[in-house]
Design a protein around this ligand. Structure first.
Ligand code: CA
Length: 665
């Protein structure tokens, strides 16, 4: 016995090791999903009852194909009142499918989108037999995933209290992030409203300014590997808006839910929906260059239109008195001036901003609507979303928060030819507030009204989901240029940052193109514009919103204030784009962007830097064409328009002075 013991013990150990090997072979499983072009991949991994993923792209180095990993192994799963769908999971099966997209997107960066995604659905169960599905879509440079929850026996409703979903970024990554602020903070307790400042090229792991994480979209620079943009899409009334947590020690940012104090403390921070149901999509766009970041259509590729448009909605240009003339301009006579301005410029719309109910009154508003009709201009009218969630005093209040009053109000607008509303001062990202966005959009569609949101959250696929949706502020927009010199000093930085992040994931209601030198009514006081005239004209191309509320005032029609060629440009600049093409740039430093409207290309080059930018570009879309070249002159202060013919290759060389721009059209 004794003599045999060691041999037996070795046998036993061997059997134990063998069994452990079998068990681990069963519990660790990895599936690679590869994009239609074979270059983008996601590896979904099942290990010890937990599901995770990593992702990257493949590139050829000396005839060998190598993986460039952009997202390190990151957690998946969610926490609910039905089950903990984040651990002790068993993989029951996977399904694969190719999804072909071919759709129209009239109010964004590309009017006709055709692409393909590889779909993989992973069905998982908990030890208690509760089931959920992780749906992955992998397109060229784009990855999205969400969770589908089927009916669980007799359980037909679920509360999601949080997600395990994370994004682990490689060491050495630098960040372009915008902090989430505290709830019920800022002016009249109106925050959060996505109006904090992005910090460029910050090292990963720096605590966020308010320790509340970061709002979408989040841009990451992974050194030589490239760039990644993380956001969310497909959010409707059945979920809350999410953001990213602060970064953990291992470089993981997680999906974070709204703060308890949002919406004046009313409404849950969780999400509740009926079964079967789904979460919104978590989205990642990445690549070796910034091109896929700027051009992505991922926010719209994975969502669907939620209702038919009641009306053939149109984009266009709009005058907007409030942006430079401010509250004092919300009176009858000034509004007449801005209706005339829109008419003189051949624009489609005018926006009558907050305060009209007391300062103008309903009867005289109807007279303004009649004047608009006479002039062929369609009005947009401003509303306060309140309600009981902040102290914003502007009227009209209590018209948009209640369906009975809201529909009556919308009927009045419709009867008087109003074509849009701008609704301001929302209450954050709780599901309670997301419901209000959807109710306003859906009701507005019944009255042929388009909708712009202000003081609000970012859109998440809404251009496709809601056909009467125009755009959202959710950015430190042009009003800040009036409020504080700091934002004029930062205007170049912000204008060259947004095409890479905020404006890439959705339409941006910036209200730009300031052509006065000083930002007050007389052009003789207030803050001072730093960027040049042609830079400002270029933002009309760089900033995308299907209706643009431009910051021009009647004074700009005076040739002593604004050169005629600048106004000629503003008379014809489109707001609807068929195609968008990234040429060159670096977030916050400069951007060269080309957009096509019909058969005409518009190219802008904006230099935010304090030194001259020398460009040596190839613009194939303008090859051999004669265009108008707008520039600020060598001193940056002598704007002019010149005819210019590009050679057969589309070569374009220019020196752009500090905080100046170039426009070709
Ligand atoms: Ca605002």
């Amino acid at each position: 016995m004794n003599a045999n013991y060691p041999t037996n013990s070795r046998k036993v150990l061997f059997i134990i090791y063998y069994l452990l090997f079998i068990i681990s072979a069963q519990t660790v499983a990895q599936t690679r999903i590869v994009s239609p072009d074979g270059l983008t991949y996601a590896d979904v991994r099942m290990d010890d009852g937990k599901l995770s993923y990593s992702a990257g792209y493949r590139k050829v180095v000396k005839k060998d194909t190598v993986d460039v990993r952009m997202i390190e192994d990151s957690p998946l799963g969610l926490y609910t009142n039905v089950a903990d769908f984040s651990r002790h999971l068993t993989l029951k099966g996977t399904e694969a499918k190719r999804i072909h997209n071919d759709y129209r997107l009239w109010q964004s960066k590309q009017s006709h989108v055709v692409n393909d995604y590889e779909q993989r659905r992973f069905t998982l169960t908990t030890p208690q037999g509760k089931t959920f599905v992780v749906d992955f879509r992998v397109g060229n440079n784009n990855i999205a995933y969400r969770y589908d929850i089927p009916i669980q026996g007799e359980t037909m409703a679920i509360v999601v209290t949080g997600e395990a979903s994370g994004f682990r970024m490689p060491k050495g990554t630098t960040t372009f992030l915008c902090p989430q602020c505290n709830s019920m903070s800022g002016w009249k307790r109106t925050k959060p409203s996505y109006e904090e400042e992005y910090t460029p090229d910050a090292p990963m792991g720096t605590p966020s300014r308010y320790r509340q994480g970061y709002t979408f979209p989040c841009l990451f620079h992974e050194g030589d590997k490239g760039w990644a943009l993380i956001s969310e899409t497909g959010l409707d009334s059945r979920y809350c808006g999410s953001h990213l947590s602060d970064c953990s020690a291992d470089g993981t940012y997680r999906i974070a839910f709204p703060m308890e104090g949002e919406n004046n403390g009313i409404g849950s921070t969780s999400a509740q929906f009926g079964l079967p149901g789904s979460t919104p999509w978590r989205t990642i766009t990445f690549g070796s260059t910034l091109k896929p970041i700027v051009e992505t259509t991922l926010p719209w590729d994975v969502v669907e239109q939620l209702y038919e448009p009641s009306f053939k909605y149109k984009g266009g240009r709009s005058s907007w008195s409030w942006i430079i003339w401010q509250d004092a301009s919300i009176n009858y006579n000034d509004q007449v001036s801005f209706i005339n301005l829109a008419s003189d410029l051949g624009w489609e719309y005018c926006l009558i901003d907050g305060g009209w109910e007391t300062n103008i009154g309903r009867e005289r508003m109807e007279k303004l609507f009649d004047l608009c009709k006479e002039k062929g201009i369609a009005p947009f009218v401003w509303y306060n979303s309140n309600g009981g969630w902040n102290d914003a005093p502007q009227c009209a209040r209590h018209r948009m928060d209640n369906p009975v009053v809201r529909k009556k109000e919308m009927r009045w607008l419709h009867e008087h030819g109003v074509k849009g509303i701008k609704v301001d001062f929302f209450a954050g990202d709780k599901q309670e507030t997301i419901k209000l966005y959807e109710q306003i959009l859906s009701d507005a569609n019944d009255y042929d009204l388009q909708v712009i949101f202000h003081g609000c959250t970012i859109p998440r696929g809404w251009e496709r989901m809601y056909p009467n949706y125009v755009s959202s502020e959710a950015v430190l927009a042009s009003e800040n240029l009036v409020f504080s010199q700091h934002f004029d000093d930062m205007e170049g930085f912000n204008a060259t940052l947004h095409p890479f992040c905020r404006n890439s994931i959705g339409s941006m209601e910036f209200g730009g193109t300031v052509l006065q030198q000083r930002l007050n009514r007389g052009n003789n006081g207030g803050t001072t514009r730093r960027v040049s005239d042609v830079f400002e004209l270029g933002t009309a191309i760089a900033f995308q919103s299907s209706v643009q509320n431009f910051a021009l005032t009647p004074m700009n029609l005076d040739e002593k204030v604004t050169p005629k060629f600048e106004i000629d440009f503003m008379r014809q600049v489109p707001t609807l784009w068929d195609e968008t093409c990234f040429i060159d740039g670096y977030p916050g430093k400069y951007i060269v962007l080309a957009r096509r409207s019909g058969d005409r290309w518009y190219v802008c080059a904006l230099n935010a830097q304090k030194q001259t930018l020398d460009l040596n570009l190839t613009l194939p879309m303008l090859a051999g064409k004669q265009v108008t070249w707008l520039s600020d002159g060598a001193d940056g202060k002598s704007p002019s328009a010149q005819p210019f013919t590009l050679d057969k290759r589309g070569t374009f060389r220019a020196s752009i002075p500090a905080e100046c721009g170039v426009v070709l059209y």
